[in-house]
Design a protein around this ligand. Structure first.
Ligand SMILES: Cc1cc2nc3c(=O)[nH]c(=O)nc-3n(C[C@H](O)[C@H](O)[C@H](O)COP(=O)(O)O)c2cc1C
Length: 362
């Protein structure tokens, strides 16, 4: 088994987020918008793998946000997607994003272990409790009120399945298992590297107690470090160490002016406004994924990258901002692009050397 890329030596880890879903994170009508076909997913993963990025991380989406393009309606399921990519890549970490209330832990343990074996120890688990009642409605399941209580039982079961020599019974509030067994165990123990994607207090407490990393958002770099300090403190209180990853959408061009002009074009002039409205309204009502003021101030950020931080500019400007994010304490950043296969090569060729020169990557 190889060392998982998230455990590697680079001070700032980098990955690709949401290539499995149409639009990526963008909500735009430009003709080059990401279609998320399989061949393009494979190309994007192989570009990232060859460039030495640490991880490829999918979004978990079951239903889209309407608008002209019915954005995010098309998305690949993440266990099977990661399994296929595992067989076609060499080094990169391959995450699966799993809605705890919708996927039984016995099923998840087996699927996750399968990808860990196919990839020789490169699997990763990204836990989400979900926020969109329309998605849960499709399953006939209400949004779980205490999602993180359920998630705690869920991850406990997964770890026990991997660690137990004998079948065991489990009597919890959410799960009742009889003679549970799952073989093979994952190669990584006690389980594959795990993040929890959340912003609010219960999600942070869950990450502090059960995960390796919190995966979260911030509004401005200057104050982004408080989220890292907060998760570190929550973990420390219970004798654990938990790191922090974040997410950003990228427009990298030769000059700042070119990047700004393209950002304006795809995320303002040609934004898919009806879908932006639906996405923002849903997230605001049902989730705590962002600071409250993010919704009012950053409509362009929602069209540009689902409310994440924008890294827009020349290679030097983007490298400088990434270094500033690292200086706030983040272990790594998951990146989205309007068109991953068209934009990743320029980003990797031009930004990664600057991060190497600055000592953030080798
Ligand atoms: C960085 C990040 C990524 C997320 N990715 C997903 C996702 O792929 N699918 C999903 O349904 N929810 C996703 N969520 C939403 C969370 O699952 C959760 O529902 C939301 O953050 C509200 O929970 P909280 O109060 O713990 O933050 C994400 C949240 C964050 C902060």
């Amino acid at each position: 088994m190889k060392q998982h890329p998230l455990k590697g030596e680079n001070r700032l880890k980098l990955g690709v987020f949401s290539a499995n879903a149409d639009g990526g994170l963008a909500i735009t009508d430009v003709p080059e918008r990401w279609q998320a076909g399989w061949d393009d997913n494979l190309s994007a993963a192989q570009i990232a793998d060859r460039a030495g990025l640490e991880f490829f991380l999918p979004i978990a989406r079951w239903k889209g946000f309407g608008g002209r393009n019915r954005v995010r309606e098309h998305s690949f399921e993440t266990f099977t997607w990661a399994a296929a990519l595992a067989a076609a890549t060499e080094r990169i970490g391959l995450f699966m994003t799993v809605h705890v209330p919708l996927v039984h832990p016995l099923y998840a343990a087996k699927a996750l272990a399968t990808v860990d074996h196919v990839s020789h120890g490169r699997a990763g688990l990204n836990i989400v409790c979900g926020w969109n009642p329309k998605e849960f409605g499709m399953f006939g399941t209400p949004l779980v009120e205490k999602g993180y209580d359920q998630a705690a039982e869920w991850i406990d079961i997964v770890e026990r399945l991997y660690g137990a020599d004998e079948p065991f019974d489990f009597e919890g509030e959410y799960y009742h298992l009889k003679d549970a067994v799952s073989r093979p165990a994952s190669l990584q123990m006690p389980r594959p590297v795990t993040m929890n994607a959340a912003f609010g207090d219960p999600g942070r407490d869950f990450a502090a107690a059960h995960c390796d990393y919190l995966f979260t958002t911030f509004s401005e770099i200057a104050e982004a470090g408080r989220h890292v300090a907060d998760i570190a403190e929550r973990a420390d209180r219970i004798g654990r160490t938990v790191g922090c990853y974040t997410v950003a959408h990228v427009v990298c061009r030769e000059t700042d002016a070119e990047a700004d002009a393209y950002y304006e074009r795809y995320a303002v002039t040609m934004a898919d406004h009806a879908a932006v409205d639906q996405h923002m309204a849903g997230k605001k009502e049902f989730s705590q994924s962002h600071d409250a003021h993010a919704y009012d101030r950053y409509r362009q950020r929602f069209a540009g990258g689902a409310g994440t931080y924008p890294l827009v500019g020349s290679p030097q400007k983007i490298a400088d901002e990434m270094i500033a994010i690292s200086a706030q304490g983040y272990d790594g950043i998951a990146l989205s692009f309007v068109n991953y296969t068209q934009e990743l090569p320029f980003f990797c060729d031009r930004v990664l050397p600057l991060l190497r020169q600055a000592g953030y990557r080798t």
